[in-house]
Write a protein that binds this ligand. Structure first.
Ligand SMILES: Cc1cc2nc3c(=O)[nH]c(=O)nc-3n(C[C@H](O)[C@H](O)[C@H](O)COP(=O)(O)O)c2cc1C
Length: 356
């Protein structure tokens, strides 16, 4: 049963935060390591806020402490939208210790990562590695549920190598009263590029008591509606396509309200890129390092700039800020093309990969 707070229903500890437009499907910005930090969340919120944010994961191990820069996205959050704190780990004692530390801060809820496909992570049985071990999941979810009075959420994939444990894990989601499940419709081994198994997301929606957010290749507002229609999910979680198009959350709200979807002008995209540069600049980074950092975002943005990938080609070769900005101006201001593409142009890939 979907419990979403609205103004007529005072918030209980276990109801999900209200959506920006009451009654609409939930939208969430997917957690992305080295991307979804405080400045990035601020820039996204300036373009169009999602209903929920999720931090990149706090690593949990014997010596771990809450990483300050991740914590700042909770303690200094001025977006007006709730932030869930995600953690990754395998040791129950230290996961509980970290949960207690997180609950000292204004988190909307605590989220457990059961999907990270990085071999260094899953070899330790953390993240996606946990999906091989339902008994361990049972223990972790039970112990954490017992100490989290508020929202306890899980983000996971549909399996490790295959979906053999999927049903067992969905039943554990029910057994431990998880409040929200974000489901990336790929196995760990499928990483990020294969087709997304929306049928598995639909199956999860039919199997669990809590709301499910469909995740994986939600490329546009229209695509979001198709995926919601097919899976019956309570909402969508969007990662890479929100880096490319930070107006996607607003466009989803427009479509869901029966309004025309705003078309985004390349000029606005140029302003977004410059704003991002300013916001993610750090004094300890050299200009070249800063430009390289921007390429991580521009690899996604560039998929909607021109169909031939000329912007991507030139941007990837820039070494300094002025050259990079000139390339942006040439492709987004001094061009006959007026609009940014709603979905990535065919054949343009976000390379080199910044995916973990
Ligand atoms: C650069 C990058 C970093 C990521 N870091 C995290 C993370 O810290 N925690 C997590 O649960 N998922 C992480 N993911 C996975 C995303 O949250 C999301 O599940 C995945 O990208 C699929 O959604 P998309 O197609 O909308 O990008 C990361 C993905 C990318 C591309």
């Amino acid at each position: 049963m979907l419990k979403i707070n609205d103004s007529s229903n005072p918030r209980s500890e276990r109801s999900l935060p209200a959506t920006i437009i009451p009654g609409q499907p939930i939208t969430a910005l997917a957690p992305m390591q080295d991307v979804t930090d405080l400045p990035f969340m601020a820039v996204i919120a300036e373009c169009s806020a999602p209903d929920y944010f999720v931090t990149e994961y706090f690593r949990v191990h014997v010596q771990s402490k809450l990483e300050k820069f991740i914590l700042s996205s909770i303690t200094e959050n001025k977006t007006g939208r709730p932030v869930f704190a995600q953690m990754i780990g395998e040791d129950v004692y230290h996961l509980k210790r970290t949960t207690k530390d997180l609950l000292e801060h204004p988190v909307a809820g605590v989220d457990l990562n059961m999907g990270c496909p990085a071999p260094t992570v899953y070899k330790k049985a953390c993240g996606g590695g946990l999906l091989r071990d339902p008994a361990k999941i049972d223990e972790i979810l039970g112990e954490l549920r017992a100490i989290i009075p508020g929202l306890f959420t899980v983000k996971m994939r549909i399996g490790f190598q295959d979906t053999e444990n999927f049903d067992t894990i969905l039943q554990l989601i029910n057994k431990h009263d998880i409040d929200l499940l974000s489901l990336h419709g790929r196995t760990v081994k499928e990483m990020y590029r294969s087709e997304v198994h929306y049928d598995c997301i639909k199956h999860a929606v039919e199997s669990v008591k809590c709301p499910v957010l469909a995740n994986g290749d939600v490329k546009s507002a229209r695509r979001s509606r198709e995926i919601l229609n097919y899976t019956g999910a309570a909402g969508v979680m969007i990662g890479r396509h929100a880096i490319r198009n930070p107006w996607i959350f607003k466009q989803i709200r427009e479509l869901e309200s029966g309004k025309e979807i705003s078309k985004i002008r390349l000029q606005e995209v140029n302003e977004y890129v410059k704003r991002l540069y300013e916001m993610v600049s750090r004094p300890h980074l050299s200009e070249k390092q800063q430009v390289n950092k921007m390429k991580k975002y521009l690899n996604f943005v560039g998929q909607g700039v021109d169909p031939d990938g000329k912007f991507l080609y030139e941007m990837r070769r820039s070494q300094d800020k002025q050259t990079l900005f000139d390339i942006c101006d040439r492709h987004m201001l001094d061009t006959e093309r007026e609009f940014f593409a709603d979905e990535p142009y065919e054949g343009l890939v976000a390379r080199p990969s910044c995916e973990k």
